[in-house]
Design a protein around this ligand. Structure first.
Ligand code: GLA
Length: 695
């Protein structure tokens, strides 16, 4: 993973540099001494530009936290990093443009407030007085200029620096280590309202000490400044930073892909108990709208960040954003989940088989429930009002926060959730359920895997979850034009009482010659509540047009896959992963052995092949590719339909290629999975060497 690898490299340099400095000073010294030593090195003869007060102001953990009323709910705003990094388009025009759009597009009204500048806003050198200098090309009117503009719109301005000698950018802008008091003063004088304080080039100085020093410096300015700790979760800030900052990053950097977002979500979810008003877990900024995920995935990203009470910092350039992006980030019902004043982070109730139920207690006694589907196929995900913590009641009001519709349920909370999707519901035992139509759950039996020109049998089910009956129920099933979809059993029912279902059999036929790939299908139920009010529920589904596997032995890399998910860059055929563009890999190499055929992937990865019940065996050599040195740890798994048929356990670079064979008899789909081995997906380049499918 590129950016993080760069960071880890930087961290390694930092560690050894600190050690050398300590040795040179003949010290097995406390961190503070290392910092003083380094400060002298860093500024050479000009150590006079460092804060004279830094030594006296040596941080005390006992000091009260920053002004109390800030960030009572998770901060909301914008940060340029995810869309621009250090590129030239990060400038005054961008910042002003974002502030304008916050107002014009209703985002300010929706709660977005902070317009934050990330790395690369400064010149690489301080001035003769040790002061920071804004880059005059990017910010011709200085930071004060943009702060005034942003404040003029009733918004707030944020800035960035690092608790180190330089920031994280490879160019290396000045960091605030040893300059805390002066830099904080400068920020306050410019009118800054929010500081993101990063972790690069920290010279091995103790994290608490570095972050407390800046807290005290911010406090000393007398200006209310939200303080965002960004040490990537390395020192478990959730255990010590509640009195230091208002929020703390819990993970490495997010990037704009499904696997990164998912991995970060999974690291942040278990930390729920540490969050609360004025102290938030920060799983990093939003990628919604940057183009690397589907809108379904971005809705999951936004839903899950909200149910985790995460800071909502928009990370796409709104000047180029689509209506869908504005619709996602502007969803006030979802934002209200994030901003609920009780300040609880949602907790995981279950996650079996990638079917996640997360519930968040809300101030009004209701619960927000996320039914999140991590898998690549639609899944039925269910819980109950009791399980999410609601009291016993005859019925419950259930609000779908993406569809903006209200229903009633007798207690079961369930939906079939599309691949990578999230159904976000707010459920209340407030006695208002009776005015809503009943909720129904739509489901599909059988995999929508279709060979062109051949009729495929599928069964739909409409189940009434409501306390009241569902009447005049009808199911419809539609697909792309030219597809034939026919009901072969009744598709209507006069009335469904609580818990009853209408099942309908269908045949689905894609025209002969339809190209292999994914196609949209839509299952819909229309019905009436007992009072006659119309209601409907829609389930978007994905059909895969597939080609029967060839008889005999086939090299897997010569077969077309049905779907491929990869941690970094695309899955590569017959080369290693390479991380970025397609075709950037090297020869597949495990423990010095080179393989001509196979797949080069990066955890977390899943590549699916259609086997149509006609194959018996998958056999491969597997291992961590040599190209990334000694860091990767992964496990290889072969799945036959929903079952794990074989796995390796954790492998590292120390392991030579290992044989992995699975019996896949009868399976419709075989899935080749690589997980991160439980330690995050850093440098996890994994090779399926010479895999063969026997049918
Ligand atoms: C680190 C941070 C990122 C970003 C960059 C800027 O990687 O974690 O969020 O601020 O530095 O260089």
């Amino acid at each position: 993973m590129r950016h993080i690898s760069a960071l880890t490299t930087r961290r390694r340099v930092v560690g050894s540099l600190a050690a050398v400095l300590l040795c040179a000073a003949g010290l097995a010294a406390p961190a503070a001494t290392a910092r003083d030593t380094d400060g002298a090195r860093e500024t050479g003869g000009a150590s006079d530009t460092r804060d004279r007060s830094a030594a006296e102001a040596r941080p005390s953990a006992a000091k009260a936290k920053l002004p109390g009323d800030l960030a009572r709910t998770p901060p909301m705003g914008f940060n340029n990093w995810n869309s621009t990094h250090c590129r030239a388009e990060f400038d005054e025009a961008m910042v002003k443009g974002i502030a304008d759009l916050f107002v014009e597009k209703g985002l300010k009204d929706a709660g977005y407030q902070y317009v934050n500048l990330d790395d690369c806003w400064a010149l690489p050198q301080r001035d003769a007085n040790g002061k920071l200098v804004p880059d005059p090309k990017r910010f011709p009117n200085g930071i004060k200029g943009v702060a005034d503009y942003v404040h003029g719109k009733g918004l707030k301005l944020g800035i960035y620096t690092s608790a180190g000698t330089k920031t994280c950018s490879d160019i290396g802008f000045p960091g605030a280590l040893g300059h805390e008091v002066s830099d904080a003063r400068q920020f306050a004088d410019w009118g800054v309202d929010y500081l993101k304080y990063d972790n690069c080039n920290n010279q091995g100085v103790d994290a608490k000490q570095r972050y407390i020093a800046m807290r005290d410096a911010l406090k000393a300015t007398g200006r209310p400044i939200v303080y965002s700790i960004c040490e990537w979760g390395e020192n478990k800030p959730w255990e010590w930073a509640a009195d230091v900052g208002h929020l703390w990053r819990t993970t490495g950097d997010i990037s704009d892909n499904w696997s990164s977002m998912l991995s970060i979500m999974k690291q942040n979810l278990p930390l729920a108990e540490h969050a609360g008003p004025g102290r938030w877990n920060d799983p990093d900024m939003l990628e919604v709208g940057n183009g690397g995920m589907t809108d379904t995935e971005y809705r999951t990203h936004f839903s899950m960040w909200s149910i985790m009470a995460s800071p909502l910092l928009i990370g796409s350039d709104l000047r180029k954003a689509t209506p869908e992006t504005f619709e996602i980030i502007g969803n006030k019902e979802v934002i209200a989940v994030d901003q609920d004043p009780l300040g609880k982070q949602g907790k995981v109730l279950s996650s079996d088989g990638g079917r996640w139920v997360v519930a968040k207690e809300m101030q009004d006694g209701s619960r927000t429930v996320a039914l999140f589907n991590e898998t690549g196929t639609a899944q039925s995900i269910a819980t109950t009002a009791g399980a999410v913590g609601l009291p016993d009641a005859d019925g419950y009001a259930l609000r779908d926060l993406w569809q903006h519709k209200s229903y009633n349920t007798a207690g079961r909370i369930a939906a079939t959730v599309p691949a990578h999707g999230t159904v976000l519901l707010r459920v209340a035992a407030d006695g208002t359920w009776g005015k809503n139509p009943p909720a129904v759950e739509l489901g599909l039996g059988g995999d929508p895997l279709v060979e062109a020109g051949q009729a495929k049998k599928l069964t739909s089910r409409v189940t009434n979850l409501g306390r009241t009956s569902a009447q005049q129920v009808s199911a419809t099933f539609s697909g792309p034009s030219g597809w034939r979809i026919r009901a072969t059993s009744p598709s209507t029912a006069g009335s469904l009482r609580t818990g009853a279902s209408l099942s309908t059999s269908w045949t689905v036929t894609a025209p002969r010659g339809t190209a292999p790939g994914a196609y949209d299908l839509t299952l819909k139920a229309a019905y009436r509540s007992p009072g006659g009010a119309r209601a409907a529920r829609v389930l978007p589904l994905t059909a895969h047009v597939v080609v029967a596997p060839p008889a005999g032995d086939s090299a897997v890399s010569d077969l077309p896959w049905m779907s491929a998910v990869n941690g970094w860059g695309p899955v590569e055929k017959d080369t290693s992963n390479g991380e970025e563009a397609a075709g950037d890999g090297k020869p597949l190499t495990i423990g010095g052995a080179v393989f001509a055929k196979g797949l080069g992937v990066h955890a977390a990865s899943a590549v699916e092949y259609y086997t149509g019940g006609a194959c018996e065996k998958v056999a491969a050599q597997v291992g961590v590719d040599d190209e990334k040195g000694a860091k990767g740890t992964v496990t290889f798994e072969i799945w036959a339909d929903g079952k794990k048929a074989a796995s390796t356990g954790v492998l590292t670079n120390a392991d030579t290629a290992r044989g992995l064979t699975a019996d896949v008899s009868g399976a419709q789909v075989v899935r080749l999975v690589v997980t991160d081995g439980g330690d995050g997906r850093d440098s996890d380049h994994a090779d399926w060497a010479g895999p063969v499918l026997s049918c």
